[in-house]
Design a protein around this ligand. Structure first.
Ligand SMILES: Cc1cc2nc3c(=O)[nH]c(=O)nc-3n(C[C@H](O)[C@H](O)[C@H](O)COP(=O)(O)OP(=O)(O)OC[C@H]3O[C@@H](n4cnc5c(N)ncnc54)[C@H](O)[C@@H]3O)c2cc1C
Length: 352
């Protein structure tokens, strides 16, 4: 399993590089297969020095941080949390981003790779977000939805809050990267692009010609039509969903197991077929799981709420039944206005 392949030392030295030793665990964490706590416990079991393990543990804390912000702020995360993004010229997405034709070679390659594999490196996500929001002046929400729809690790909190962070809507400054930075971290040597400028030029720069055309997001989603409405029994039932396909949840215990895919959720947060296929593939590790495509109300026609058991998650706020907690990295909860105030508290508990 991937967890045993992680190398905290190489991670700390190279995570910002396109070919760095990143873990690629996020698709499994986002789909609830493993928790940040599980990864943390593995790192602790390596008995390496804290100086070596801290970077990776800190990154795991970022995920918990965004989740805690989501829990605390609820739907407010879909608007700016600190200040409005400025300037905004459109609520679409640059055509050149969607078509992978920005002219920044490694960015275009990474977008094509995102379409093919459903993964994009963190630093590249920041470059793409900076191009959309801070150069093309697209409001962050539409391009965030575009990226989410392609990521196997799509996670509303990590996604939308990171986009806000880059756009200066959940941070004090916008994030910019120039060609020199991209060349350094992605081993390219491009020159004379619209990003080949000193940093002081960015603030008042006109939108480059390559980014002036914008388009609306289109996602053609097909939920599985197998077992759309399987016959269910009114008995204790574990309800799985897009954010929880954990094969170890009550493993070996006798429960009816249902993967609930609510069309309304995917209309609000559309994803591409490869993301559905990935999640369905993961769910196949859960013996006798039944896929139920429908709303919770339709499930409740067959299984009474007293028999429903589910895991806590902001997208499950409308669920009825018995809610079980998620595994967290630490016991630190609640809203912290900055990651580092949150991390300071986590660190006391995690790095003793
Ligand atoms: C614009 C933008 C959009 C993003 N959208 C998503 C998203 O939809 N889903 C998602 O899971 N992550 C998102 N991230 C965060 C981050 O890019 C990914 O978690 C990371 O790239 C996943 O790859 P990895 O597992 O190889 O990460 P590693 O670098 O190996 O990190 C290990 C784990 O730490 C956590 N982590 C690392 N960096 C971050 C971060 N910046 N924020 C939150 N958690 C982090 C993840 O759980 C990750 O699996 C986004 C970041 C940006 C800048």
């Amino acid at each position: 399993m991937r967890v045993r392949e992680i190398d905290p030392l190489r991670y700390a030295q190279s995570r910002n590089y396109g070919d760095g030793a990143v873990t690629r665990l996020s698709p499994y964490i986002s789909r609830g297969v493993i928790s940040t706590r599980h990864v943390y416990e593995y790192i602790v079991s390596l008995e390496i020095s804290e100086a070596v393990s801290e970077k990776l543990i800190q990154e795991l804390a970022w995920r918990d941080y965004w989740q805690q912000v989501w829990i605390a702020k609820g739907d407010a995360i879909h608007t700016h949390l600190k200040q409005a993004q400025k300037p905004v010229s459109n609520f679409q997405i640059p055509k050149a981003i969607v078509e992978a034709s920005t002219g920044i070679e490694v960015v275009d390659t990474a977008i094509r790779e995102l379409y093919r594999t459903g993964y994009m490196h963190n630093h590249m996500r920041m470059y793409v977000a900076a191009i959309c929001c801070n150069m093309a002046h697209s409001h962050w929400l539409a391009p965030a939805k575009w990226m989410y729809s392609h990521l196997l690790d799509g996670d509303i909190a990590s996604n939308q809050l990171s986009w806000q962070w880059v756009a200066g809507a959940f941070s004090n400054n916008k994030y910019y990267a120039n060609q020199e930075n991209i060349n350094r971290f992605f081993h390219s040597d491009q020159k004379n692009t619209f990003l080949d400028v000193p940093y002081e030029r960015f603030e008042n720069m006109e939108t480059p010609i390559a980014l002036r055309e914008n388009i609306s997001l289109k996602v053609g989603l097909h939920l599985p039509n197998i077992e759309r409405s399987p016959a269910l029994v009114d008995q204790p039932t574990l309800v799985y969903n897009y954010y929880n396909v954990n094969p170890d949840w009550h493993k070996g215990e006798s429960f009816q197991r249902v993967l609930l895919l609510e069309p309304s959720q995917f209309e609000t947060y559309p994803v591409h077929q490869k993301c559905i296929d990935f999640m369905i593939g993961l769910s196949e590790n859960i013996p006798e799981i039944k896929v139920f495509v429908g709303e919770l109300d339709e499930l409740l026609v067959q299984v009474s709420s007293e028999n429903i058991i589910y895991k806590e998650h902001p997208l499950n706020a409308h669920y009825q039944g018995f809610q079980e907690p998620r595994d967290w990295l630490s016991t630190v909860t609640g809203y912290y206005p900055s990651f580092f105030s949150f991390w300071k508290k986590c660190k006391k508990e995690l790095m003793k």
